[in-house]
Design a protein around this ligand. Structure first.
Ligand code: ADP
Ligand code: MG
Length: 701
């Protein structure tokens, strides 16, 4: 087709399909200067032209832009700098599926923005002046290299002489705003363990500066390639990037999850079962034995409370943050991985993440930005509207530790560095695991001290669980039975999968074993159930629930009313956590009311955590200071004194310390001998101390 003919057709198309949009644009031109054309409409108007868009986009879009810019508009405005942008291509290409024959084609690519440079002008038309004849002419700029003329342009009346260097006339040249972003495959598109692939995208003019790291977008653009170079020169390999033509930002968090009518029937059926809540709990990590309370917390985290804006415009998060602190080998990592698989936008990372952005974000100046600063998103930003599972969070960087306060409570990450001032969203729930600094969890030392996390940060978690690996025959047997059973089923499964054979006599046990592993609700249905709930259920507190929460809170606070020196038993933060959890529990039942039962259930859950985390083992009293500031010197409990006494004596005796000596010193510090003995027994039971011989005591290391 002739170029003119194509332009004519586009003109006709725009008049027929986009006349109103054109008038509207001309009224706010040039602030608004992009016309977004739906591909499907061009496909209806002229399938051949639509085909040309896909196959030969450079020519097609240039012709279309020409048509747009030369359009006669009754408002009298000339749209001479307007852009024509194509949106909603029918086929979306995955980054990992891009092949060499896609180069030069128009493609639509969906992904997560992980990095974005600042917006800086790019020269699009460079104007040069000849040093001999002072002729002025321009050279259009595209691609990655700056194009400079070698001789004065004769066609436009220049002298044609060869010149070493022309002078660039900056104020006559034309610039456009430009930004480079990196798109990464969204986590939910990856199948177990695949590493996400990335594609760099150039955005120009009015679509630059529109996205932030953490956004999910669809970019339609032309795939281009450029030759890779190394320090030894050009290589035969080419890299690709996308020349962005249009940009759509995706808002909905559950867009990916399609719920059919049939699904909806199943969801309602599940909802109507009386034990739906228990079923949900039993669907979390069935291969992990026990931990009912933690699994319940994970269910509540999936549903989340209701994010709300209070009448005074304060925003309150609905996301529920959960922390697991515990000994090695108690299935923390396993629980985290499981949750990530269930969550609609789950992301798993280690505290000591390899990227510069870490858990929050960073501004860096590296080769990606080609001279510009780049803002790079970390895990909590990338998990926006999802769940971030951070393993070994105790190993996070100092910068993250500082930024995490804001990221968890306000759910934003602010960066002010060099040319970059930005506030990114981190509206995600955090499921974190931490290993104690000294290898084993020790309930006599404040958690804050053991996991290297400031108390202020700890108080941002709605629920904190401690997981201790203490020998207990009954519990050990049950756990071992469960592990053996699931592994047995796994073995049989592997055999039947690979060689398709299960012995007749094994069949019954196989079925039983499979049952222990099978979640009560399948992962697929559970995800849909959660998505449906988060889209449709916005529960409100009943009178009864309100009263229960109030009674519980005041009941605990009362401890502080009687005695001025009493520790702070519970703070308003925990009350907020309770409300969130109550909302989540109602959502889990797909109920629009938070009932007394919901309140009771989450009060139990919170009490369970408080008892293990906040009760001062010395006084048996609830004490948020216990976790938040640790015990003070004057309140220092016996266990800690004994610990210190033993450490002191180690200097003299080596690792094995005589018990009598410990008791003597304890008495000197004003502790009753009997109480000190008792405490040593408790510490032995807890696996902190043991007696390698009679009359001596030693730390378990
Ligand atoms: P952590 O991260 O706490 O160090 P892991 O998640 O790596 O521990 O767990 C270690 C292994 O022990 C895993 O294979 C896990 O499945 C197993 N395990 C530990 N506790 C349990 C349990 N209660 N039920 C089933 N498996 C368990
Ligand atoms: Mg681990």
């Amino acid at each position: 087709m002739m170029q003119d003919l194509v332009t004519e057709k586009w003109e006709d198309f725009l008049k027929k399909y986009y006349w109103n949009d054109l008038i509207a644009m001309s009224n706010s031109y040039p602030e608004k200067r992009s016309l977004f054309v739906k591909f499907s409409e061009m496909d209806i108007y002229d399938p051949n032209l639509a085909d040309m868009l896909l196959e030969d986009p450079d020519v097609a879009i240039e012709a279309a832009t020409m048509a747009l810019r030369e359009m006669d508009i009754p408002t009298g405005v000339t749209l001479d700098e307007a852009n024509l942008r194509i949106i909603k291509l029918p086929r979306r290409l995955k980054i990992r599926d891009i092949r060499s024959n896609d180069i030069g084609k128009l493609v639509g690519i969906e992904g997560l923005v992980t990095k974005a440079t600042e917006v800086r002008p790019r020269i699009v038309e460079a104007v040069f002046e000849c040093p001999f004849c002072h002729h002025i002419f321009s050279v259009a700029q595209s691609g990655r290299q700056f194009k400079e003329p070698v001789e004065c342009e004769q066609e436009s009346g220049g002298c044609g002489r060869k010149v070493q260097r022309f002078k660039l006339v900056v104020d006559k040249s034309k610039f456009a705003n430009a930004q480079k972003v990196r798109l990464q495959e969204s986590p939910e598109e990856l199948r177990g363990g695949e590493l996400p692939q990335a594609l760099d995208v150039n955005l120009e003019d009015d679509i630059s500066g529109e996205v932030s790291p953490g956004d999910r977008v669809i970019v339609t653009g032309i795939l281009r390639s450029y030759q890779r170079t190394t320090q030894f020169g050009k290589t035969p390999f080419f890299d690709i990037y996308l020349d962005g033509n249009s940009l759509e930002i995706m808002e909905e968090e559950f867009e990916e999850i399609v719920i059919t009518e049939e699904d909806e029937r199943e969801i309602m059926e599940l909802k109507n079962q009386p034990d739906v809540y228990e079923k949900l709990i039993r669907s979390i990590a069935p291969s992990i034995y026990g931990y009912e309370e933690i699994k319940e917390a994970m269910v509540l985290q999936l549903f989340a409370g209701v994010p709300k804006e209070l009448p005074d415009e304060t925003r309150v998060r609905g996301d529920i943050h959960v922390l697991l602190v515990g000994d090695p080998g108690v299935a923390k990592s396993q629980l985290l991985t499981y949750q990530v698989k269930l969550a609609p936008r789950g992301l798993y990372t280690g505290g000591k993440s390899s990227s510069a952005a870490g858990l929050t974000a960073a501004a860096v100046k590296d080769e990606f930005g080609e001279g510009r600063w780049t803002l790079e998103a970390g895990a909590l930003v990338l998990a926006d509207k999802g769940i971030a599972a951070v393993d070994e969070i105790d190993k996070m960087r100092k910068e993250d530790r500082d930024a995490l306060h804001e990221a968890m409570e306000q759910q934003t990450v602010s960066i002010a560095k060099a040319g970059i001032m930005a506030r990114l969203n981190s509206r995600c729930a955090l499921l974190a695991a931490a290993n104690p600094k000294f290898g084993r969890f020790d309930k006599y030392t404040a958690i804050a001290e053991q996991i290297n996390m400031p108390p202020t940060l700890l108080s941002r978690f709605d629920l904190i669980f401690t997981m201790m690996d203490r020998p207990d025959e009954e519990m050990d047997t049950k756990t071992a039975e469960h592990i053996l059973e699931t592994h047995y089923a796994g073995e049989l499964l592997a055999r039947s999968k690979n060689i398709g054979k299960v012995e007749e006599e094994e069949k019954e046990r196989f079925r039983e074993a499979m049952q222990t592993m099978e979640p009560a609700v399948s992962g697929e249905l559970l995800r849909k159930y959660v998505a449906w709930s988060k889209r449709n259920v916005f529960p409100v507190m009943t009178e009864e629930a309100h009263k229960k929460f109030l009674d519980f809170y005041i009941g605990l606070r009362r401890q502080g009313y009687e005695d001025e020196d009493a520790p702070v038993p519970i703070t308003a933060r925990q009350l907020e956590a309770l409300i969130r959890l109550g909302e989540a529990r109602a959502r889990a039942r797909l109920s629009d009311k938070i009932t007394a039962e919901d309140a009771e259930r989450v009060i139990n859950e919170v009490t369970y955590c408080l008892k293990r985390v906040f009760v001062d083992p010395e006084t048996g009293k609830l004490d948020t200071d216990w976790i938040t500031v640790g015990t003070t010197k004057t309140k220092r409990d016996r266990a800690r004194s004994i610990r210190e006494i033993i450490k002191e004596l180690e200097k003299e005796y080596g690792e094995e310390v005589p018990i009598e000596e410990v008791l003597d010193l304890a008495e000197e510090e004003g502790m009753e001998r009997e109480k000190a003995e008792e405490m040593i027994e408790v510490m032995k039971r807890d696996g902190i101390l043991f007696s390698p011989g009679s009359g001596v005591i030693k730390f378990v290391r």
